[in-house]
Write a protein that binds this ligand. Structure first.
Ligand SMILES: C[S@@+](CC[C@H](N)C(=O)[O-])C[C@H]1O[C@@H](n2cnc3c(N)ncnc32)[C@H](O)[C@@H]1O
Length: 268
């Protein structure tokens, strides 16, 4: 008798016991679009003292009376803390946890992982370290120009000649990470997955993001997830929503706007 062949099970991080008497608070004073940061901090510090426990403050998000689940997930806390490179990385903890939870789901699907817009690789590495680090079994593609930023006015610290080498060095013990240096979408010709389970797009500009979707969305398998880092941010990022809404509508999708500022789509 032939036995059915079982798909290999992904290694999944476990949640520990949930304490019922303690809820974490979190506050990192890193936000954008504030005219008087000193006064704002004083007001927000006072606001934190007036609300019930379970507050989260940072990354333009202030909420309270929440479980703050990200801080209850010890493998996530370990992965996030060990990949902090600046205060923005601290503040965007909840955004990172959205990626981690998507990875937990997508690791159990057919297809690779990809991130468009890698910078120093903290997004990729946090997700991989949560999912088992060097033992993570999926190929993870990372696309960026690395040594310069093609988006006017968006150059990040250290984005100069040599950054690509440093990011490669950071992933030296992760052979499943394939970093592709070049301008999206032309760089997809240098290497591109056949199927994707997880797609994180974080380019800070509308042309690049739509170009990436044009090539990669059809490769996302049913049940696969797409996270758009800037979708729900207004101001200079609003053109992304303006273009992505009709792009997804034409394909029968509505983007979930997350309070973290991200957009989220599950592929059928
Ligand atoms: C916000 S950063 C990515 C941050 C990263 N996802 C993380 O979580 O740490 C945006 C990156 O997109 C890259 N980028 C923007 N447009 C691009 C394009 N058309 N092709 C390749 N890279 C691009 C920039 O060089 C920059 O490093």
């Amino acid at each position: 008798m032939k036995m059915p062949i079982e798909a290999p099970k992904a290694q999944l991080p476990e949640l520990g016991a949930l304490p019922m008497d303690v809820v974490m608070n979190f506050a990192v004073h890193k936000y954008w679009g504030v005219s008087d940061p000193v006064r704002f901090k004083a007001l927000l510090d006072e606001a934190c003292s007036l609300v019930t426990s379970g507050h989260f403050l940072g990354d333009n998000l202030f909420t309270w009376g929440r479980n703050n689940s990200l801080f209850e997930d010890k493998p996530f806390v370990q992965a996030w803390q060990s990949n902090l490179q600046n205060d923005a990385d601290q503040a965007i903890a909840w955004r990172r946890y959205i990626l981690a939870c998507a990875a937990f789901h997508c690791a159990q699907l057919e297809g690779d992982f990809a991130e468009c817009g890698v910078y120093t690789g903290s997004g990729i590495k946090t997700v991989m370290d949560y999912m088992g680090g060097t033992a993570f079994s999926k190929t993870f593609w990372g696309y960026d120009t690395f040594d310069y930023n093609p988006v006017a006015g968006h150059k990040f610290a250290g984005q100069e000649e040599g950054l690509f080498d440093k990011v490669q060095e950071r992933f030296a013990s992760y052979p499943q990470v394939k970093l592709i240096k070049g301008l999206i979408p032309d760089s997809f010709a240098l290497g591109c997955p056949e199927k994707l389970a997880y797609l994180h797009i974080d380019l800070n500009n509308v042309e690049g993001e739509i170009a990436a979707l044009e090539v990669l969305f059809d490769k996302v398998v049913p049940g696969g997830m797409v996270i758009l880092d800037d979708y729900e941010w207004a101001g200079i990022y609003r053109p992304q929503k303006a273009a992505e809404d009709p792009w997804f509508y034409a394909r029968g999708y509505r983007v979930f706007p997350l309070p973290t500022g991200q957009g989220f789509v599950i592929k059928r």
